[in-house]
Write a protein that binds this ligand. Sequence first.
Ligand SMILES: NC(=O)c1ccc[n+]([C@@H]2O[C@H](COP(=O)([O-])OP(=O)(O)OC[C@H]3O[C@@H](n4cnc5c(N)ncnc54)[C@H](O)[C@@H]3O)[C@@H](O)[C@H]2O)c1
Ligand SMILES: N[C@H](C(=O)O)[C@H](O)COP(=O)(O)O
Length: 328
Amino acid sequence: MTQAKTGLADKPVVISCGEPSGIGPEVAARAWAMLAGEVPLAWIGDPRHLPQDIPHCIIDSPSDALAAGSDALPVLRHDFAAGAVAGKPDPANAQGVIDVIARGVDLVRSGAASALTTAPIHKKALKDGAGFAYPGHTEYLAALAGGSDVVMMLASDQLRVVPATIHIALDQVPNVLTPAHLRRVIEITAAGLRSQFGIKAPRIAIAGLNPHAGEGGTMGRQEADWMTALVTRMQDEGYDLSGPHPADTMFHAAARVRYDAAIAMYHDQALIPIKTLDFDRGVNVTLGLPFIRTSPDHGTAFDIAGQGIANPTSMVEALRMAYRMAQS
Ligand SMILES: NC(=O)c1ccc[n+]([C@@H]2O[C@H](COP(=O)([O-])OP(=O)(O)OC[C@H]3O[C@@H](n4cnc5c(N)ncnc54)[C@H](O)[C@@H]3O)[C@@H](O)[C@H]2O)c1
Ligand SMILES: N[C@H](C(=O)O)[C@H](O)COP(=O)(O)O
């Protein structure tokens, strides 16, 4: 980590508001209420977008969050063009959502905040409203960090999983998935497990791309042509790797105890198992950035926004993980 290191543990985690018409503001507010005294935090956004029953106080800098006490949510005010209608993103607010993420990154990189936890964005709303050029936070944060190679990990007590390719169409996966790309994902994952999760000798399981990991080349060639050789080569270099495994049988309970993280080859191969096992407690963490970023594993949930029924647990876990990482 290259961010300013002094006293990170004393600094609050900043939360970017995400899409104001989704559940982001309400889960952040409920998480604050649940974490009072445990995780210092400040929310960046427009106070008009918060639930009306949440007391808040405007602060000028993250350091003021600590003095704000636990009676009101500390807010770093960021005025948006419009209020929010639950479930209906307003194109006029899209640029504000993007700017808040960038402001959060600036605060963390300057050392004013310890970590960034992002509330969910609606990617299409940002593209339509402000021409957002990135398919998600992960890619935007990598660009803000100067083009870092990054990896998306979703983590819970039951499973840590990494999609080797992220927000791309399925028919592009075989083009992007090269030996050099997969090697880099493995390297970043191993480094992140050591530095951010404190696992000294991480065990990583690699999924195949094709059914039955290619069944000896009869159901796809990537495993036989280069994936097995890459795994062997990196084992010889000292990485504790296994695979390529058939993806359909590597996520059951007895298989999961054999590794600290699984690397899957595409988005849904990775995210279906963890969101099925642990949707409420899953945390999205970006590895490879020069600062700490976590996020809940859910999206904007327009279908339930504004009803007060969104479960804040994943946001709570994301804030806890961010703060724990900053302390260590
Ligand atoms: N970190 C992020 O910014 C992030 C993460 C995932 C999805 N997204 C985006 O969110 C948008 C909607 O995605 P989606 O519909 O696929 O997924 P979603 O997670 O928003 O919703 C899927 C289902 O789960 C429910 N759900 C989600 N979170 C919940 C919670 N906290 N409590 C109770 N129920 C909850 C929703 O009501 C919905 O039925 C898309 O634009 C997607 O790209 C953003
Ligand atoms: N792929 C993530 C998921 O489905 O949970 C989600 O889109 C978040 O991605 P970013 O953190 O890059 O926005």
